[in-house]
Design a protein around this ligand. Structure first.
Ligand SMILES: [Zn+2]
Length: 340
C-alpha cells in the first residue's frame, strides 16, 4: 500500500509500505475512505518535535472494514467505521468513566500511520464505531473530522463546561478551535467569542456559531475578553493551541470560578503557580477521549445537524501529502483532507 512517511523536518514522502495485517484476534484492518493531516503533525514537520528516523504519519481515519480478528464480535467487514487516535477497550474503569484515551489497554493509532491506504486498528470492538449504513460521499469529510478534530474540540467545550447562559471564549483558530466553537454552539452557549486574526477562519467561526471575534492575543487579548464580559472574563475558555502564551491567555481570560478546557498538545508550557493560585479557575483537559463522544457526533453528522467537514479547505490525493503539509505549515490551508 501507499503511505506518508516523515523523513526529516519538511520532508514528507509517500512511498510503498507493507500492508497492515491482523496481529492479534481483537484487531481490525480498515481500507481508508479518507484521512487527513493534523495540526499536531506540524510539530515534527516543523522540527519542533524530534524526528527519530522515517516515521509513518497520521492518526485520523474513517473507512470500510476489510478484515477482523477471530475475537472481534461487534465490528464486521463491510461496515463503515470511525475511530479515535488511541485504541481503547471501552470496558475498563477508566473507559467507563469516559476517559478512553487513558484506557488501561490503550494503544496509539499513529504507529502504523493513518495517512495511508489501509490501517491496522487494535481493540476493534472498543475503538471503532460503525455508521448506520455506508455514508454518501458528501458526509465522509465530516465523519473523518469526528475521528479527532471535532471530538477534540467537543471535549474542550465539555471540559470548559460550555452550555446555556455561558459566555465561551476560544483561544486558537485551527481546526480544533473552530470546531470547539461549533461544539459550544451545539451545547447551547449564549455567547461565543472566537480569537482569530485570519479572515477565512473568522468567517468559518461565525458560520459555526461565534457571536464575537477578537483579533488581539496575549495580554491584549485577555484585556479585550474582560472588556466584553463586564470586566469578569468568560465562564468557559477553550485552549486549542498548546503554547505558554495560549495557556496563559486562556487562564487570564477566564473569570474566577470559571473553567478552562485545554486540548492543544502542550509544548513547553510551564504554569506560574502564583498566577494559577490566585486565578480561581478550574483546569481540565488532555488528549480528548473522542471515543466517548463518537456515537453522538456520528448521529449529529448522519442527520445533517452539523457539518464539521467544512474545516477541510484543501483536498488532495494521498500522493500529494507533502503539498498538504506545506499548505498547512504556511497557513494557506486550515486542514488538508487526503484521498487514499
Ligand atoms: Zn479501557
Amino acid at each position: 500500500m501507499r503511505g506518508a512517511v516523515l523523513y526529516a523536518p519538511g520532508d514528507v514522502r509517500v512511498e510503498e509500505r507493507q500492508d497492515p495485517r491482523i496481529l492479534t484476534p481483537t484487531d481490525a484492518i480498515i481500507r481508508l475512505s479518507a484521512t487527513c493531516i493534523c495540526g499536531s503533525d506540524l510539530w515534527p514537520y516543523r522540527g519542533l518535535e524530534a524526528v527519530d528516523g522515517p516515521a509513518p504519519m497520521g492518526h485520523e481515519y474513517a473507512g470500510i472494514v476489510q478484515e477482523v480478528g477471530s475475537q472481534v464480535r461487534n465490528i464486521r467487514p463491510g461496515q463503515f467505521v470511525v475511530g479515535s487516535f488511541f485504541a481503547s477497550d471501552n470496558t475498563c474503569e477508566i473507559c467507563q468513566a469516559g476517559y478512553q484515551t487513558s484506557c488501561v489497554h490503550r494503544e496509539p493509532i499513529g504507529a502504523g500511520g493513518a495517512q495511508a491506504q489501509s490501517l491496522h486498528v487494535p481493540l476493534a470492538d472498543g475503538t471503532l464505531v460503525a455508521t448506520p449504513d455506508l455514508p454518501p460521499d458528501d458526509l465522509i469529510p465530516s465523519l473523518l473530522a469526528a475521528s479527532d478534530v471535532l471530538g477534540t474540540g467537543w471535549f474542550g467545550a465539555v471540559a470548559a463546561e460550555a452550555g446555556p447562559h455561558k459566555t465561551v471564549a476560544v483561544v486558537g483558530d485551527g481546526a480544533v478551535g473552530l470546531l470547539a466553537v461549533l461544539a459550544a454552539s451545539q451545547l447551547g452557549a449564549e455567547r461565543i467569542i472566537a480569537m482569530s486574526r485570519h479572515q477565512p477562519r473568522q468567517r468559518l467561526a461565525t458560520e459555526f456559531g461565534a457571536t464575537d471575534i477578537v483579533t488581539e492575543r496575549g495580554d491584549a487579548g485577555v484585556a479585550r475578553i474582560k472588556e466584553l464580559t463586564g470586566g469578569l472574563g468568560a465562564h468557559s475558555v477553550i485552549e486549542a493551541v498548546g503554547t505558554q502564551e495560549s495557556m496563559l491567555q486562556a487562564i487570564g481570560s477566564t473569570r474566577p470560578g470559571g473553567h478552562v478546557g485545554y486540548v492543544g498538545v502542550a509544548h513547553g508550557v510551564e504554569l506560574p503557580g502564583d498566577e494559577l493560585f490566585f486565578s480561581h479557575v478550574h483546569l481540565h483537559g488532555g488528549p480528548a477521549p473522542v471515543r466517548r463522544f463518537l456515537p453522538e457526533l456520528i448521529d449529529l453528522i448522519w442527520n445533517r445537524r452539523i457539518d464539521p467537514g467544512k474545516v477541510f479547505d484543501l483536498s488532495l490525493p494521498l500522493e500529494q501529502a507533502g503539498e498538504g503539509y506545506q499548505a498547512m505549515d504556511e497557513r494557506r490551508a486550515i486542514k488538508t483532507l487526503l484521498r487514499p
